[in-house]
Write a protein that binds this ligand. Structure first.
Ligand code: NAI
Length: 338
């Protein structure tokens, strides 16, 4: 009897497998680091995204459980789990979008740069996999320090002969999400109604919110500008300290990353007017990478927008951040070139 039901099960499973490999429309998305604090809620949010037809969850641990769990959600995307180095390539083949939240997070007293040694190696390995298995995928880098890990990814892709700057983005969406929230609090409106451009990089003073360009426009006092700029630049540290040694932002980060990934997918689908801030290869300043507004489309980044008119306060912030940002970029590049 049990042999019979096993055969029956196999028949059903085979049919399910065939269907799940069939030409479902929609995009194939991989999350690398899917078992982590960011990875789990991000994977859940991507499973809820109607533009996703296939969702690959990769990590060095625990993906079988996360995958089993998420796969029971009754949304369209077919979920598959991959665990350990040997399965990285299988996780990546055929992907349209690869989102990378793998790596260690900060503890109180640490800067993002303190994560460099470990996370640089992780990002490098994962991007080598991307270069080999899905060189045309859009890549969203979340692993910190973003100011260095994005240049690292670019170098790895150059080495593999597959670098296309339009397809590589550092995720700074959480800076924008925080800026919108904190500004909405001060102005007294629904954060949904607020759009704050945040430019520069993704660490401390390299995060430069452009409060003079808030949409809808609002005129802040000098004290409000200082309070908001400072809170946006240190939003990550606020969470690290509140979590008291157990990690950094994960839920708000997953939310921000899912919003950003959704924008990338809308761009890939050919929607018009998809604009987000991201840390990208740039000619907006003299630095080789810089975060600013970009327009997303079928090719990835279709256009990098200039910074626009800045206030005196923002101009001075911009000059101050360049040195630190350039040092982080150079550190990333030279770690691969060595
Ligand atoms: P976590 O420690 O909870 O999760 C990281 C996951 O990466 C773990 O599941 C771990 O097994 C996995 N991992 C480690 N090595 C791996 C490898 N070689 N391949 C695949 N997976 C690997 O950390 P959390 O909180 O999820 O943070 C992840 C990263 O995101 C950190 O670097 C953190 O600094 C960064 N982050 C970035 C933000 C941003 O705005 N861009 C905001 C918040 C965090």
């Amino acid at each position: 009897h049990s042999e019979h039901s096993q055969l029956q099960n196999e028949g059903v499973l085979e049919r399910i497998d065939c269907r799940s490999k069939g030409g479902a429309s929609g995009f194939k998305v991989a999350v690398l680091g899917a078992s982590g604090g960011i990875g789990q809620p991000l994977s859940m949010l991507m499973k809820m995204n109607p533009l996703v037809s296939v969702l690959h969850l990769y990590d060095v641990v625990n993906t079988p459980g996360v995958t089993a769990d998420i796969s029971h959600m009754d949304t369209t995307a077919v979920v598959r789990g991959f665990v350990g180095k040997e399965q990285l390539e299988a996780a990546l083949v055929g992907m349209d979008l690869v989102i990378i939240p793998a790596g260690i997070p900060r503890k109180p007293g640490m800067t993002r740069d303190d994560l460099f040694k470990i996370n640089a190696g992780i990002v490098r390995t994962l991007c080598e996999g991307v270069a080999k298995c899905c060189p045309n995928a859009i890549v969203n880098i979340i692993s910190n320090p973003v100011n260095s890990t994005v240049p690292i990814a670019a170098e790895v892709f150059k080495r593999g002969g597959v670098y296309n700057p339009k397809r590589l983005m550092g995720v700074t969406a959480l800076d924008v999400v925080r800026a919108n929230t904190f500004v909405a609090e001060v102005v007294g409106v629904d954060p949904k109604e607020i759009d704050v451009p945040v430019v520069g990089g993704h660490a401390g003073i390299t995060i430069l919110p452009l409060l003079s360009q808030v949409n809808p426009s609002f005129s802040f006092t000098k004290e409000e500008i200082e309070y908001l700029t400072n809170r946006i630049q240190n939003g990550g540290t606020e969470v690290v300290e509140a979590k008291a040694g157990t990690g950094s932002a994960t839920l708000s980060m997953a939310f921000a990353a899912a919003k950003f990934a959704d924008a990338c997918l809308h761009g890939l689908r050919g929607d018009a007017g998809v604009v987000q801030c991201a840390f990208v290869a740039s000619e907006v300043t003299e630095l080789p990478f810089f975060a600013s507004k970009v327009r997303l489309g079928r090719a990835g980044i279709e256009e990098v927008y200039p910074l626009g008119p800045l206030s005196a306060y923002e101009r001075s912030g911009l000059e101050k951040l360049k040195k630190e940002l350039l040092a982080s970029i150079d550190k990333g590049i030279s770690s691969v070139r060595q």
